[in-house]
Design a protein around this ligand. Structure first.
Ligand code: ATP
Length: 304
């Protein structure tokens, strides 16, 4: 296990931050940590990389407790909106960070990374002349300098244009292919949907959903059935098969946990004697799931 947290909590004078987070991230995963602004994503990552001290709970990175110095050498971190020494050139900035990481003979590594983040030809320009996207990419190269086993990226694409986003997405996929674990903080859901294996959704410092992306999305298949001659018996049966059952005229709508329930639903409708005109299903995108879960959490909220 690369990351394990047990009731990990960080609060600032009893407020903000995050609370009782239990997460595990397997080796080689791209893990998406999602939540609206102020949900606690950055505080969580800063706590994991050792920049903030937790209020309570336990966590292990690469099997070692938080703050272990040997682990810090194997962690890469791209902070959100980091302000670099902008009078330095890209190459100087990387050399400076290589020194901090105590990397011996870093020239080859620096060259490879500059290539990887597509800054070849720009390495002798000063950071202040870099575009936001280039600054983000040099930050990514710095995060990768120690050849980390796990890399934490806090909103790596928020400053980027669509082309830059695709490039960062490709880099993340490349890291995964190299067997690295990537922990990605983001509020850009479609991005996460394209690269992540597992996600956790955080709201007001609490996890409101987590799991494999494909399974979370499977859980919310909306089925719309249009039929005539619907008996009350059929209504009873269908309403017990899923959540949020509604009936409007000839149309019944329900949410089923498992997409594989759909053939069964059509069988039940037909066998009840009703005439089935249409059966549509719609699996939520991550964005729709996110909005639904946040909405439910706000309704049930007793934590804010
Ligand atoms: N140093 C601090 N002192 C006091 N409160 C803080 C501090 N840092 C963060 N918070 C509070 O903790 C909560 C979580 O903030 P955090 O920055 O972790 O959220 P986030 O999900 O990363 O949001 P964003 O996407 O806007 O960066 C917020 O309510 C924030 O105001």
């Amino acid at each position: 296990m690369i990351i394990e947290t047990y009731n990990l909590t960080k609060q600032f004078n009893g407020k903000g931050g995050f609370c009782d987070i239990n997460l595990t991230v397997d080796s080689g995963q791209v893990f998406g940590f999602l939540g609206p602004n102020g949900a606690g994503k950055s505080t969580f990552v800063k706590t994991l990389v050792g920049l903030l001290y937790p209020t309570s709970g336990l966590a292990y990175i690469l099997g070692k407790p938080l703050g272990d110095v040997t682990v810090r050498e194997k962690i890469g971190f791209l902070p959100e909106g980091f302000k670099y020494h902008d009078w330095m050139t890209g190459k100087e900035l990387m050399e400076f960070h290589a020194q901090l990481y105590k990397i011996k003979n870093p020239s080859k590594r620096i060259e490879e990374l500059i290539e990887l983040v597509k800054l070849k030809g720009h390495e002798s320009k000063r950071i202040k002349n870099y575009s936001k996207g280039m600054q983000q990419r040099i930050g990514l190269a710095i995060a990768l300098l120690p050849d980390p086993d796990v890399v934490f990226l806090d909103e790596p694409t928020s400053a980027l244009d669509p082309v830059g986003r695709i490039e960062v997405r490709e880099i993340i996929k490349g890291l995964k292919a190299m067997g690295k674990t990537v922990f990605l903080n983001s509020h850009l859901l479609s991005e996460v949907e394209m690269v992540c294996d597992e996600v956790a959704i955080i709201n007001h410092g609490h996890i409101i959903a987590k799991g494999r992306l494909d399974e979370l999305l499977k859980k919310t298949t909306r089925v719309e059935i249009t039929a005539e001659g619907v008996s009350s018996d059929l209504v009873d049966k269908l309403s017990s098969m899923g959540d949020d059952f509604q009936i409007r005229g000839n149309t019944m709508v329900l949410t089923v946990k498992n997409r594989d329930d759909i053939p069964l639903i059509s069988k039940i409708v037909v066998e009840s004697g009703a005439r089935l005109y249409e059966l549509k299903n719609h699996t939520d995108s991550l964005e729709e799931l996110f909005i639904t879960l946040l909405g439910k959490d706000e309704q049930n909220a007793d934590h804010h």
